[in-house]
Design a protein around this ligand. Structure first.
Ligand code: SF4
Length: 736
């Protein structure tokens, strides 16, 4: 229970940071959050937190919190009132629409938006203004997971849940530094290893703290995970380890969606439509991927490939595959997601306890707000803009004419910034995200925001490189300074109440959007009461799911327990989807039903290995891979304000393989110049300290706003998911 003998008022919330969605208890005293601990009653973390969770409340109280709106005048920011700032934003949007059309205004949000934030953003832009210019930063971190699910299963989000960890015998981490990125979940794996004979296999392009704790660390050359996954499938078929009845009853085979560029050219659409093939065609295709052939491509020994195939192939072994950015930030991100599903589908190791392909998310509501509310250009709450029935359903609930909602998606994230560069977009409202640290090929897009005639509004809690490019800065209420809900990686929606007051004039992103909507003449649609608006918005949002297999739990349920997992049917959460034993949405009488696809079957895709768009050459002989560290969360705008986290990791660095460091006479702490075709920067070296990349690769974390590594990265993306690849471009390294 919640402790009540220490004089503090303890309240429950999901953690502010990553997509694990740990339950925390916040101790409040005299209107201030003064203590935080893991909630022992949370099924997610069972009382544990990681270093970020334990310090989360300190991120609220940084000295430089934004407390008043600021407007750029004559090259300087001037303080203004919230009323004046909101008036200005509304009138600027209206004049931009009048002069340049509806598609000249846009909103760019995030997986840190609460469900109500994202819902009202979508309603205002898609339903009322009539533009699909709504995107979120989750495009940069999990879009390939979405398109992987959609192409393989016809419906998004993991079929399993965290409870799979308690049942699995083997955990395969595909390019996933889980010990640093999802630490509490990783501790659940370690806990199982103490209790049972389970194995953790780390399959990655660098050794990390995860590899150090794993039973086996298998390293592959960048981009060759595609070939290794195919080789695992080859071995499974060759050894007759397939689950034949599962394949016959529940799987289709397809090829297609392969002929496409890398997002760098003007036309990057695929030109080959999906096409049915049979098992024999697929088997023949895999002949190019024998372990011996793939050893030469990937650097992974044929023996290790066979080893990985053997536990997927063993019918008595339950296997969980876990991944995050390593697979999703990939110019072939959709394919590599499909390929891991292929392994699970061929062996029938799916949708049963302990057998789970599981894509993790990095933000507290990447699933809840971006994937479920649908804050992407092609999405609607529970639907897509291209479907006339979905548009009609949304328009009815939003109380707008159906013609208001455009039937075509407009710009995905990278294109949205390119459209700003070209002048097609003139107004952009950025909420709770920091694209001037996180966009790839950053200089190009930073320059775009500074062009004549662009108007940028940024809502945030601290000054960042993104507030630096704003014409108007709005101070936002953070996390427990307002009420809301997040949706975590296991389809769990969690509620939190307002516990403390926001500073100065700061208000929630939800309320900022409502106020601007009303000023633009949409009072009828934004009828919400200030005291009860979160409840009203959530209830309205739930109506989008009425009568669907996708029901969300009522608010009373979210308030009374540590969240609920959708589909929420007959008063119960669903732990495993598509399995009739656990998922009440399976209604065709069969053991499994992949109901996202009309025929109830999942798709096994033929996916080739391909080279990356920019590979090392004589001039730029190394791969550059970027990522995160345990101390800092994403762009670091919050965690760098927490003194102990900042002290533990004060700046970025470049991690170099010790053999190459020796050849180049580089030691830890030496200054190293990195140069790509986009730019150059100097960083301190780290050799054999924290992680070790494969040879001819270097790694740089992206949290440091003073060392913007994204000035060097490439803006290539997966043409199906449109998610950029931050893990692979060519770089030159020199000791300074
Ligand atoms: Fe928060 Fe993620 Fe750490 Fe849990 S693992 S405490 S959700 S940052």
């Amino acid at each position: 229970g919640i402790p009540n003998n220490d004089g503090l008022d303890w309240k429950k919330a999901p953690c502010r940071f990553c997509g694990v969605g740990c339950g925390v208890l916040i101790g409040v005293e005299d209107g201030k959050a003064v203590a935080v601990k893991g909630d022992p009653n949370s099924s997610v973390n069972k009382g544990l937190c990681c270093v970020k969770g334990y310090h989360s409340i300190l991120a609220i109280y940084g000295k430089d919190r934004l407390t008043h709106p600021l407007v750029m005048k004559n090259g300087k920011y001037e303080k203004t009132t919230m009323k004046e700032a909101l008036d200005l934003i509304a009138s600027k949007m209206q004049s931009t629409i009048k002069e340049h059309g509806k598609d000249s205004v846009s909103i760019y949000g995030s997986g840190q938006w609460t469900i109500p934030d994202g819902y009202v953003a979508s309603k205002l832009f898609k339903g009322c203004i009539g533009t699909n210019n709504v995107e979120a930063n989750a495009r940069l971190c999990m879009a390939s997971a979405v398109t992987g699910f959609m192409t393989s299963f016809g419906i998004d989000e993991p079929m399993g849940c965290y409870e799979d960890i308690d049942h699995a015998d083997v955990f395969v981490l595909w390019g996933n530094n889980m010990a640093e990125m999802h630490p509490v979940l990783f501790s659940r794996l370690l806990d199982q290893r103490q209790k049972r004979n389970v194995k953790i296999i780390d399959f990655a392009t660098r050794t990390t703290r995860t590899s150090m704790a794993a039973d086996r660390s298998i390293l592959f050359k960048p981009n060759t995970d595609l070939a290794v996954a195919n080789a695992i499938c080859y071995e499974i078929i060759k050894n007759n380890w397939t689950n034949k009845s599962f394949i016959e009853n529940y799987c289709n085979f397809k090829k297609g969606l392969t002929k496409m560029g890398y997002g760098l050219e003007d036309n990057y659409s695929f030109t080959d439509k999906p096409q049915a093939i049979d098992f024999e065609d697929y088997k023949k295709f895999l002949e190019d991927y024998t372990p011996e052939k793939v050893e030469k491509i990937s650097g992974v020994s044929a023996q290790d490939i066979k080893y990985m195939a053997s536990f997927y192939g063993n019918q008595n072994t339950k296997v969980m595959s876990l991944w995050c950015m390593g697979m999703n930030q990939h110019t072939r991100g959709t394919w590599i997601n499909n390929l891991v599903y292929n392994i699970h589908l061929l062996t029938g190791k799916i949708s049963t306890p302990g057998n789970s392909p599981f894509s993790l998310t990095g933000q507290p509501s990447a699933c809840g707000t971006v994937r479920e509310v649908g804050t992407l250009t092609h999405k609607l709450p529970h639907g897509v803009v291209t479907n006339p029935e979905h548009r009609a359903h949304a328009a009815k609930i939003w109380n707008v004419p159906v013609e208001n909602i455009p039937s075509k998606p407009t710009y995905h994230t990278v294109e949205m910034f390119r459209a700003l560069d070209r002048g097609e977009i003139r107004f952009m409202w950025i909420q709770v995200t920091n694209p001037m640290v996180t966009m790839p090929k950053l200089k190009r897009y930073r320059d775009a925001t500074k062009k004549e005639g662009r108007f940028i509004v940024v809502s945030d809690i601290y000054p960042t490189p993104t507030t630096d490019i704003a014409d108007v800065i709005l101070p936002s209420a953070m996390w427990i300074e307002r009420e809301g809900m997040y949706g975590n990686s296991e389809r769990r929606t969690q509620y939190f109440e307002q516990m403390i007051n926001p500073p100065g004039e700061a208000m929630s992103d939800t309320w900022q959007l409502i106020e601007v909507a009303k000023r633009m003449g949409f009072e009828k649609q934004f009828y919400y009461n200030k005291e009860t608006h979160i409840e009203e918005i959530y209830n309205e949002y739930r109506r989008h799911h009425e009568g669907k297999k996708h029901n969300m739990a009522p608010l009373e349920v979210l308030k009374s327990q540590p969240g609920a997992q959708w589909p929420y049917v007959n008063g119960k959460s669903t732990k495993w989807r598509f399995n009739a034993k656990y998922d009440p949405a399976c209604d065709d009488g069969k053991e499994f039903q992949f109901y996202g696809n009309k025929d109830g079957k999942a798709t096994i895709w033929q996916r080739p290995y391909e080279h990356a768009p920019e590979e090392p050459d004589n001039e730029y002989p190394y791969w550059l891979c970027t990522g995160r560290v345990i101390e800092h969360w994403h762009s670091g705008s919050m965690t760098r304000r927490v003194p102990i986290l900042h002290k533990a990791m004060p700046h970025s660095y470049v991690e170099i393989n010790p053999d190459e460091a020796k050849e180049l006479q580089i030691k830890t702490g030496d200054k190293v110049r990195l140069t790509t075709r986009r730019g150059t920067m100097i960083l301190p070296a780290s050799v054999n300290e924290r992680g070790v990349p494969v040879r001819r690769q270097v790694f740089v974390p992206f949290f440091d706003e003073n060392l913007l590594i994204n000035d060097l990265t490439l803006d290539a993306f997966c043409p199906i998911s449109k998610q950029p690849d931050y893990k692979k471009c060519a770089v030159k390294i020199e000791k300074v």
